[in-house]
Design a protein around this ligand. Structure first.
Ligand SMILES: CC(C)(COP(=O)(O)OP(=O)(O)OC[C@H]1O[C@@H](n2cnc3c(N)ncnc32)[C@H](O)[C@@H]1OP(=O)(O)O)[C@@H](O)C(=O)NCCC(=O)NCCS
Length: 237
């Protein structure tokens, strides 16, 4: 247990370049506070102290702005950067080395008492404000872009962006998990809208070229027709 807690407070040094020292992490990282309180709340929940677990979770939400249901299973080296506005539902399962940014929801769409929240596998990174709904599986080593809404399973090693979320990159292509954790710069995520506009611009250019070619051909044809009409006249004169 101690080794897990030790990892929990060390994780910001690996994933947040702004983290400077242990005191800073201990007093000013709400994601770390939320995780430590969740470890306690989860123990209470599993030990049958459900109301107390709920209360600790509620207290944590009040203090950190992060709501993790005490029933949620969270793996090792979990990191929530910035914290505020994160919601993690009761039947969520989170693997090891997962990173979330502020405003992420791992929520349910069912009102039945069943597995109704996502399963997030190891090394997944979920960008700010993204929402993952239902008992979907976010495959190992995948990235979810900021603001995306994921309602379907995500394969391993994929990048998903948009509403609803679409796989835009890396379908099944293995990336180094450590590089994945370091590559938190979301400006590297592909922009499907810009890609569509670029494709459209290229298509218009091709059409323009073709129209010019046809124009030139048509001009030549008209010129030849004029010459053919004028030729007999010249002989007559
Ligand atoms: C929008 C919503 C009500 C739709 O539920 P539904 O009627 O069962 O719809 P389905 O799951 O059958 O999906 C229908 C289509 O809408 C899409 N879709 C579903 N939810 C979506 C969402 N939130 N945003 C964008 N598209 C969505 C699905 O991809 C699917 O598209 P497809 O037909 O091209 O495959 C539900 O998905 C939702 O968002 N509920 C909110 C739950 C929530 O906020 N929970 C948080 C708890 S903390």
């Amino acid at each position: 247990m101690w080794s897990i807690l030790k990892e929990d407070v060390q994780v910001p040094f690996e994933r947040d370049p702004a983290a400077r020292n242990l005191v800073e992490v201990l007093v000013s990282y709400p994601g770390v506070h939320a995780l430590l309180l969740h470890r306690f709340a989860h123990r209470l929940w599993r030990g049958g102290w459900k109301n107390l677990g709920r209360f600790v979770s509620h207290l944590s939400r009040f203090l950190t702005g992060v709501e993790i249901h005490p029933g949620a299973t969270v793996g090792r080296r979990f990191f929530i950067d910035h914290g505020m506005g994160v919601v993690i539902g009761e039947t969520t399962e989170i693997g090891d080395d997962v990173t979330l940014f502020q405003g992420v929801t791992l929520g349910g769409i069912s009102l039945r008492r069943e597995k109704r929240h996502p399963t997030v596998e190891d090394f997944v990174v979920i960008g700010a404000g993204a929402t993952v709904l239902g008992p979907v599986v976010v495959g190992r080593n995948s990235k979810i872009g900021s603001g995306s809404v994921v309602v379907k399973d995500v394969p391993a090693n994929a990048t998903v962006v948009g509403v609803p979320g679409k796989v835009v990159e890396g379908d099944g292509v293995h990336r180094d998990p450590m590089e994945q954790q370091i590559a938190l710069d979301h400006d590297r995520l592909p922009d499907p809208m810009a890609k569509s506009l670029n494709n459209l611009a290229e298509y218009i250019q091709r059409l323009e070229k073709r129209v010019n070619e046809l124009d030139a051909k048509q001009g030549g044809l008209e010129q030849r027709q004029r010459e053919e009409v004028e030729e007999p006249r010249r002989y007559k004169n």
